[in-house]
Design a protein around this ligand. Structure first.
Ligand SMILES: [Zn+2]
Ligand SMILES: [Zn+2]
Length: 372
């Protein structure tokens, strides 16, 4: 069964201050408290409802979530809690009463929804279509979103005559205010639809096919216009934002349009040169390693990166080679290395290890300068 609106339960407007909510709660709680209504199950249910509404609406975070997602905010799912509200909506809420003039005060357009989607790097690079399920409010099919019982229709609010606004005189000033009878809707429902309890919307979980274009990256979001929550009382539906998060890849790291990977090569390969196979997103390619390659050297393989969703040319694949120290050597191998090391000693060692030489020369100069 669909839940009633928390604001309606407490009989306060959607922009009511906490003080007002507390006051309304106190008054209703006194009336429906089980101690005052012994054996009255209806009163008990009502009391629970009031308490729940009070707890949500007096918690700033919960209230914001409820305002955005409705009851769906407190259901399990992978909905994000970020604010999808745009700037004008925020101003509408804060300054609406003062600046709106004759205009309908509050837009009751359906809330925007956010869905966090995790993709593999391959999916993000090539594009993919995923089916997602989202909790949302949809237009009630029993009353076609009007909120009125089948065969009846909402009537113009008698207080504001359908304007949604009333004028209140304060001394010399006439101030426009949201109509307290219809909360700015301009109409009231005498005979509410039994399915949606007059909201015109019902909670549903809906399946959507989301087409992710090739080249997206973490932080990109795809807007699905009109796939958010249905608006209350026949107003426009909100949008659905699919927020992309790319999972860490086993081999590749993406930086803008380039891909990076680290390739281990043996000590002998680094010294003598050779050819190795390196992975790319479209299979293996051969990479020539020149003789005397030092660890950390970066090799660029043109055009094996990513083509951004925003266009432009394809990035490159950058392979960083890492010389691997051999482990678990047998006696013979150890001896070969000792022999090799010995051959490096003396004058020829300087030629064999130019980097070590310049480093140790630097160290020597450093200490000489210190003791001078
Ligand atoms: Zn309905
Ligand atoms: Zn009214």
């Amino acid at each position: 069964m669909a839940k009633s609106d928390y604001y309606e339960i407490l009989g306060v407007s959607r922009d009511a201050e906490e003080r007002k909510i507390k006051k309304a709660y106190k008054r209703l709680a006194m009336k429906f408290h089980p101690d005052r209504n012994p054996g009255n199950a209806e009163a008990e249910a009502k009391f629970k409802e009031i308490k729940e509404a009070y707890e949500v609406l007096t918690d700033t975070q919960k209230r914001a979530a409820y305002d955005q997602y409705g009851h769906a905010a407190f259901e399990r799912g992978s909905m994000g809690s970020g604010s999808g509200k745009d700037f004008s909506d925020i101003f509408g809420d804060v300054f609406g009463d003062i600046f709106s003039g004759g205009r309908r005060q509050r837009s009751s357009r359906g809330a925007d929804l956010r869905y966090n989607m995790e993709l593999s790097l391959e999916e993000a690079v090539r594009g993919v279509t995923h089916e997602i399920r989202i909790p949302t409010l949809e237009e009630c099919i029993f009353c076609q979103g009007t909120g009125a019982r089948t065969g009846t229709s909402p009537m113009a609010c008698p207080t504001c005559h359908g304007q949604g606004q009333v004028q209140i005189r304060q001394g010399f000033f006439a101030v426009q205010q949201t109509c307290p009878t219809c909360q700015g809707q301009g109409k009231i429902i005498k005979d509410p639809c039994t399915k949606c309890h007059g909201h015109g919307r019902v909670e549903k979980s809906k399946a959507l096919l989301v087409k992710i274009p090739a080249g997206v990256d973490t932080g990109d979001r795809i807007r699905l216009t009109g796939e958010g929550e249905a608006g209350e009382h026949e107003t426009t539906a909100g949008d659905l934002y699919v927020q992309v998060q790319v999972r860490k890849h086993l081999i590749f790291e993406r930086e803008e349009n380039n891909l990076y990977c680290e390739v281990p090569i043996s000590f002998a390969m680094a010294a003598l040169g050779g050819e190795i196979e390196v992975p790319t997103l479209d299979g293996r390619v051969k990479l020539k390693v020149p003789p005397e390659t030092q660890t950390g050297k970066l090799f660029r393989i043109l055009g094996k990166g990513v083509k951004s969703v925003r266009g432009g040319s394809k990035g490159d694949l950058l392979c960083r080679v890492a010389v691997e120290t051999p482990v678990k050597l047998n006696e013979r191998q150890k001896q070969l290395l000792r022999d090799l090391e010995e051959s490096f000693s003396g004058q020829s060692g300087v030629q064999n290890s130019p980097r070590s030489k310049s480093f140790f020369d630097g160290v020597k100069k450093f200490f000489d300068d210190l003791t001078r």
